[in-house]
Design a protein around this ligand. Structure first.
Ligand SMILES: Cc1cc2nc3c(=O)[nH]c(=O)nc-3n(C[C@H](O)[C@H](O)[C@H](O)COP(=O)(O)OP(=O)(O)OC[C@H]3O[C@@H](n4cnc5c(N)ncnc54)[C@H](O)[C@@H]3O)c2cc1C
Length: 371
C-alpha cells in the first residue's frame, strides 16, 4: 500500500477540518431535494475543489493519488453523500476534462472558476435511450461556420439544475459510431440549451438531477475539448477519474459506518453483554472491514497503474464492482439505514452499473463484447 508523505497527511488534515461543516443540516437538503448551497460555500472556502488543478489556474497542483487520499477522508468526515457526489461530479466531469483536453484559452477562461467553485460543473452523457451504452447516444452536432449546432436531449445530469458549465457529448459523425463522438464545453445561458425540472432518482434526493434539451444550440468550435471525433477518449479519461474519486469517497463512508458499528457493538448491551461479543455480530463487522480494505486496495492500486500510463480496463471494472458491492453491504449494517442505503445504491449505478462491470471484465478475458 502507498506510503503517504507528511505533506499529504498535513494537506488531508488541514482540508479535513472542514468536512463536518459540509454535512451540517444534510437531512434538510435531502428532505427538500435541494442543492446544498450553504455547504457549497464552505466547500469553496476549504480549497478542496482546487486539489487536482494546476497552480496557474488557482489549483493546488496535487496528483490523482493525493486527491483521492483527501477525498477518502471527505467520505469519512462528511455524513452527506449528496454533497460528496456534487463535489466529485463538479471536479471531475468538467474540471478534469478541461484541464486535460481544453485549449489554453478555454482553461484561462474557465478553470480558475471551476477550481474556486464559483462556476459549478456537470456533464451530460446519458440519454433517455442510452445509459450503459453511452456511446450509442443520438444527440448530434453539425458544423456551421465557426460553430457546431447541437440537437438532442440528455438525462440524469448530476448538478444539472445548478450547473453553470456543462460538458455535452454529441455525435459529430453519427456513422462513425464511438469514433464520431465529440465533447463540447457549453455555458448554461447558451441560446438553445434548456434544463428540465429537477428529477428524483435512485440515491440521495439532494442534489437533484435533471434532463437537458439542445435545440439547434450554437457552440463555438473553440469550445471543443480534445479533437473532433475524440470524445470517447475524453469520456474514458473522465470516467476513470470519476470512478476512482467517487468510489474512494465511498470507502471513506464505509469507514465511518465501520467505526460507528464497532463503537456501538463494543458498548451496546444485548443479553447482558456488548453485542460485539456475539460471533454473528462480530463477523458482520469483520465483513465490513474486509470489504473496505479490499476496495481501498483495488482503487489505490488501479490509480497507481493508471498514473503510470498502464491500461486499467479490467482493474477499474473489478475495483468498481468490489467497491460497489462493499458499499451496499456496509450500508445495510448501519444505523440510519434508509439514507445510507440510498447513497450506497447510487454508487452501484452512476459511472456504469455494477452489472456492466461483468461485461467489461468478460471482454478483457476474450468472452463477448465490452459494454
Ligand atoms: C446518482 C446518479 C447520478 C448520475 N449522474 C449522471 C451525470 O452526471 N451525467 C450523466 O450523463 N449521467 C448520469 N447518471 C446516469 C447513469 O450514468 C446511468 O443511469 C447509468 O449509466 C445506467 O444507465 P441507464 O439508467 O440508462 O440504465 P440502462 O443502461 O438502461 O440499464 C438497465 C439495466 O440493464 C443493465 N445492463 C445494461 N447493459 C448491460 C450490460 N452490457 N451487461 C450487463 N447488464 C447491463 C444495467 O446494469 C441495468 O441494471 C447518473 C445516475 C445516477 C443514479
Amino acid at each position: 500500500m502507498i506510503a503517504w508523505s507528511k505533506d499529504d497527511e498535513r494537506l488531508r488534515e488541514g482540508i479535513g477540518q472542514w468536512f463536518g461543516k459540509f454535512g451540517e443540516d444534510f437531512s434538510r437538503y435531502d428532505r427538500e431535494a435541494a442543492f446544498p448551497r450553504e455547504p457549497w460555500l464552505a466547500v469553496m472556502e476549504s480549497g478542496l475543489l482546487r486539489l487536482p488543478f494546476d497552480e496557474k489556474w488557482g489549483g493546488l497542483g496535487q496528483s490523482l493519488l493525493t486527491t483521492m487520499y483527501v477525498l477518502e477522508e471527505l467520505g469519512r468526515g462528511c455524513p452527506d453523500s449528496a454533497v460528496n457526489f456534487a463535489i466529485t461530479t463538479h471536479m471531475v466531469s468538467t474540471g478534469i476534462a478541461l484541464q486535460r483536453f481544453g485549449s489554453t484559452a478555454l482553461k484561462d477562461t474557465y478553470l480558475p472558476r471551476i477550481s474556486a467553485g464559483t462556476a459549478i460543473g456537470a456533464h451530460a452523457v446519458t440519454e433517455p435511450d442510452s445509459g450503459s451504452d453511452a456511446l450509442g447516444m443520438r444527440t448530434t452536432a453539425t458544423a456551421d461556420g465557426d460553430c457546431y449546432r447541437l440537437s438532442g436531449s440528455k438525462a440524469f445530469v448530476g448538478n444539472g439544475p445548478v450547473a453553470d458549465l456543462v460538458v455535452v457529448y454529441a455525435k459529430t459523425e453519427p456513422p462513425a459510431g464511438p469514433l464520431g463522438v465529440t465533447a463540447f464545453l457549453v455555458e448554461r445561458d447558451t441560446p438553445g440549451l434548456t434544463f428540465g425540472s429537477p428529477t428524483g432518482r435512485t440515491g440521495p434526493k439532494s442534489p437533484p438531477l435533471c434532463s437537458l434539451f439542445l435545440d439547434d444550440c450554437r457552440v463555438p468550435k473553440t469550445h471543443i475539448l480534445g479533437r473532433v471525433g475524440a470524445g470517447s477518449l475524453v469520456l474514458d479519461h473522465v470516467l476513470t477519474w470519476e470512478t476512482l474519486c467517487c468510489f474512494i469517497v465511498s470507502t471513506g463512508e464505509m469507514r465511518r459506518r465501520l467505526d460507528r458499528c464497532v463503537e456501538y457493538a463494543g458498548e451496546g448491551s444485548a443479553f447482558g453483554r456488548p453485542s460485539g461479543g456475539f460471533h454473528a455480530v462480530a463477523h458482520r463487522i469483520v465483513d465490513m472491514k474486509i470489504g473496505l480494505e479490499t476496495s481501498r486496495k483495488w482503487l489505490y492500486d488501479t490509480a497507481e497503474k493508471f498514473t503510470a500510463g498502464r491500461k486499467v480496463t479490467a482493474d477499474l471494472a473489478i475495483a468498481q464492482f468490489v467497491a460497489g458491492r462493499a458499499a451496499l453491504d456496509s450500508a445495510l449494517a448501519e444505523y440510519g439505514l434508509e439514507q445510507e442505503l440510498r447513497g450506497a445504491l447510487a454508487v452501484t449505478i452512476h459511472s456504469g452499473t455494477t452489472e456492466t462491470q461483468y461485461s467489461r471484465i468478460a471482454a478483457t478475458l476474450g468472452l463477448g463484447r465490452a459494454a
